[in-house]
Design a protein around this ligand. Structure first.
Ligand code: SF4
Length: 467
């Protein structure tokens, strides 16, 4: 389930014994102190989040239009904004030690290292949600990730547990590209077109499938209509499940994951129209929609959209033995040109399993790529994109906010709690449980504890441990 998916159907070829020179610096560095000469997409990355302005903030999503109702983070006390980096690190460690088992700290692969080093678990969004369920006695789960991840943790964790997002503005520009109103309007148009009667095999005219990277409200939308959630590592199995129950699938919000997955299953591009919510029938004709197998919402990830075929060609020209691995949120032509594609966990595992001396060009978020490069000095690992441009919203989880929420917990105060309303919880849990029934995560590899023993169903990871 978590294995990298080679485009050829074969395992990625073994790398050469001799390392080659990376085209970009690979040493682990904090982005604000990046090596001289390394370009970044904006100098605003040097600013702490409280000085970086509105919208999604600096980074890959800075050109995306943020919704007007996006949660905003209030100002945190000056002591956290003026503390030195070293002081913040000491305060986080001290608060964490004092809280001990009262808190579980989860860190996404894409978080900056000065946050990840404090995490009890490091992994992708679903692995971390599972890790949260392994500590039912913890009072609080501090989720160093983005909003939809904290929502999922709240849905899956115990009623009395508080899930905390250190920065309320840490959303996800892709998840925001599909809102409930637009999807509900789309659904009404599709029902008008297809009707609601199942065919002779009992399949609905259309079944909704949402990527994990979506709001709890959309997961509930899907759960209430017979649909299901998928992740980047189980999208193919989930689509197979959906086609047993639906003649077509409405897939949101990431068009690229939907297209790459359906194409690998043999579905033609002409049967995958993109739904633009600003146009009648999403911009397609009724005939095109009648022939559709997968209707793709128009969303995308601004991190993974940065990767290009030209970058792959350059990497191959400079490193003839390079293995190019990209995330399936990348555009189709990039996935097609790569040696392999896979989820973040699959990328991590492919690199861990490679023989020493391998060379990897990786198409995913820069914090993970730089961490992998530092953890695997036996390999040459570099990011396909030579310009440093992290996920804007992940980058908002600055140590100042982490120190603040932890010290508030020490003082028995819960701040920045993420709570999914109970009416939304019920249907969203249904959609998540359908996914678990299709693809049980008996070994949700990667969400390894940094300290202590692994909870049932997880396995230790070196990904976050070797800082
Ligand atoms: S990397 Fe992309 S999908 Fe993930 S949180 Fe950032 S914008 Fe959203």
């Amino acid at each position: 389930m978590t294995a990298v998916t080679p485009n050829t159907g074969q395992a990625a070829p073994a790398a050469p014994a001799a390392p080659t020179t990376p085209s970009v610096p690979v040493q682990l560095t904090l982005l604000p102190s990046r090596p001289a000469g390394t370009a970044s997409c904006t100098e605003d990355l040097l600013l702490p989040p409280w000085e970086a302005g509105g919208g999604y903030g600096p980074g890959s999503s800075m050109q995306d239009r943020a919704p007007s109702d996006m949660p905003r983070q209030g100002e945190i006390p000056a002591e956290y904004r003026t503390a030195s980096d070293d002081e913040l690190q000491e305060r986080i460690a001290a608060a964490k030690a004092e809280l001990a088992d009262r808190v579980v700290l989860l860190g996404h692969f894409y978080q900056r290292d000065e946050v990840v080093r404090h995490a009890d678990y490091v992994g992708d969004s679903f692995q971390l949600a599972r890790a949260a369920t392994a500590h039912p006695d913890a009072e609080a789960i501090v989720f160093c990730g983005v909003h939809f991840m904290a929502e999922t943790a709240d849905i899956l964790s115990g009623d009395g547990q508080a899930v905390i997002l250190p920065h309320l503005g840490a959303g996800c520009s892709m998840a925001d590209m599909a809102d409930v109103d637009s999807v509900t309007d789309c659904w009404a148009q599709l029902e008008d077109l297809y009707g609601t009667e199942p065919d002779e095999q009992g399949r609905q005219p259309v079944l909704p499938v949402t990527y994990m990277n979506s709001s709890a409200a959309l997961k509930a939308f899907v759960g209430a209509r017979g649909g299901i959630v998928c992740t980047s590592s189980n999208a193919a199995q989930v689509l197979e499940w959906a086609f047993e129950r639906g003649q077509r699938v409405l897939f949101f919000p990431d068009q690229h994951l939907g297209r790459n997955t359906a194409k690998a299953m043999g579905i033609g591009l002409e049967q995958m129209p993109v739904w633009d919510p600003r146009q009648p029938l999403g911009g397609s004709t009724a005939e095109q929609l009648q022939d559709a197998k997968v209707i793709l919402w128009h969303g995308f990830c601004s991190v993974h959209r940065r990767f290009t075929v030209a970058q792959i060609e350059k990497a191959r020209a400079e490193h003839p033995d390079v293995q190019v691995i990209v995330h399936p949120e990348c555009p189709m032509e990039v996935v097609d040109a790569a040696d392999a594609s896979g989820s973040t966990d699959a990328i991590v595992k492919a690199i861990q399993a490679a023989p020493a001396g391998s060379t990897f060009a990786v198409g995913t978020e820069i914090n993970l790529v730089q961490r992998l490069a530092a953890q695997h000095p036996e390999h040459t690992i570099f990011c396909l994109d030579p310009v440093i441009c992290p996920c804007s919203t992940m980058y908002r989880i600055h140590p100042g906010y982490l120190a603040w929420v932890l010290e508030e917990l020490v003082a028995s105060r819960v701040v920045n709690r993420i709570e999914v309303p109970s009416a939304v919880q019920a249907h969203s849990r249904t959609a998540l449980e359908r996914m678990l029934a299709v693809v049980p995560l008996a070994t949700p590899a990667g969400a390894g504890p940094r300290n202590g023993s692994a909870p049932a169903g997880t396995e230790p990871s070196t990904t976050g441990a070797a800082q």
